[in-house]
Design a protein around this ligand. Structure first.
Ligand code: GYE
Length: 345
């Protein structure tokens, strides 16, 4: 009997040991993967170390923006780049910025997915003496003093340009101020400064025209799939849409699909006018063939500007608070073969 107990005790001890061993192994693996995921900066590097927190990869524009940054912060140009993609989550961006701080990078560059909620982490960067430069989007006004500079596009002005184009278009079409113009708006990521700015700018012009009716404004996350879904909803709800304002090209692609599936026509020769933003290559082709009426350019090539800001800071020079990149407007009249060939994104 006693020997039997001993045998059972041995089995229990064996099972416990295996369990503890496995637990430690799995925990160790976790640690290992964490370390693997953390970008690593060599302490001896004499290059300028830049931590870039990109907000995601939701659009063609975003891919071009990422490429612009990656093509500038290279070893040949004297940089050591730590790049992190937050996949649309603010918490991932905060985590990345904290990791840049703990690795004592020289500069932090980040494209804030939304405007609010950055104060604490920006203060941490400031206390660590690391200059932060915003790119593309902005943090809320009250926190902007925690960043040394910003490089991006004038989203409010882009919205105004869209409104002005519509004014001119309606005038040309002979639409009087007595006739209703029914408008729906697909907006980008909720809380994103670029979406807020575009809405605000367009509304400024729209308010001047009593006959412009904004039937509805709805978020479609700057993605094509969401653009299609939201547009299909609008078409079910409203039978008399005259104009679609879509705050980026990806949403526009989806919206056009939904409109065509509903048996309606778009563009210069169709029933529903399309106003888009970004002006990526595929959209410009659609401007050239009359599918999209107008595309308000938003320039993703911000890497060069960022590197210039950093070299000025390196030399101890004063930098501006805001650097605006250049932007144009495209209609069927100015999308030439040359424009299409030059557009590499
Ligand atoms: O228009 C859109 C992207 O913030 C200006 O974000 C940027 C916008 C751009 O996903 O395509």
């Amino acid at each position: 009997m006693r020997t039997n107990w001993k045998h059972n005790e041995l089995i229990v001890i064996f099972i416990l040991t295996v369990t503890i061993f496995l637990a430690v192994f799995v925990w160790g693996l976790g640690l290992f993967t964490d370390i693997e995921e953390e970008p690593y900066v060599s302490e001896e590097t004499d290059r300028i170390v830049v931590g870039v927190s990109q907000l995601g990869s939701e659009s063609g524009w975003r891919t071009a923006n990422t490429e612009s940054v990656q093509s500038v912060f290279t070893t040949e140009n004297g940089y050591f780049l730590l790049f992190s993609n937050a996949r649309q989550k603010q918490e991932n961006q905060i985590k990345a910025i904290r990791s840049f701080i703990s690795q004592r990078v020289d500069y932090i560059v980040f494209a804030p997915v939304v405007e609010n909620g950055w104060r604490t982490v920006l203060q941490e960067a400031k206390e660590a003496g690391i200059p932060v430069i915003m790119m593309d989007r902005k943090v809320e006004a009250a926190d902007q003093d925690l960043c040394v500079s910003w490089v991006g596009t004038d989203s409010r002005q882009e919205g105004v340009k869209a409104g002005r184009w519509l004014e001119g278009h309606l005038r040309k079409e002979g639409v009087t101020e007595e006739e209703d113009v029914n408008i729906v708006v697909l907006t980008g990521t909720e809380g994103a400064s670029s979406a807020i700015g575009r809405s605000m700018g367009f509304a400024e012009v729209a308010h001047k025209h009593a006959n412009w009716k904004i039937l509805e404004e709805k978020c479609a996350d700057f993605t094509s799939a969401k653009g299609k879904e939201v547009m299909a909803g609008f078409l079910r709800k409203y039978s008399d849409i005259d104009v679609v304002v879509s705050q980026n090209d990806d949403m526009t692609f989806g919206a056009i699909e939904a409109i065509r599936e509903a048996g309606r026509t778009v563009g210069v020769y169709g029933e529903i006018s399309i106003i888009s933003f970004d002006a990526v290559h595929d959209a410009l082709e659609m401007v050239a063939d009359g599918t999209i009426n107008v595309d308000i350019e938003c320039n993703p090539n911000q890497g060069e500007y960022l590197s210039q800001v950093i070299s000025m800071l390196e030399k101890g020079q004063e930098v501006e608070k805001d650097y605006y990149v250049e932007e144009d407007i495209f209609t069927i009249d100015n999308v030439t073969e040359e424009v299409l060939q030059e557009r590499n994104y």
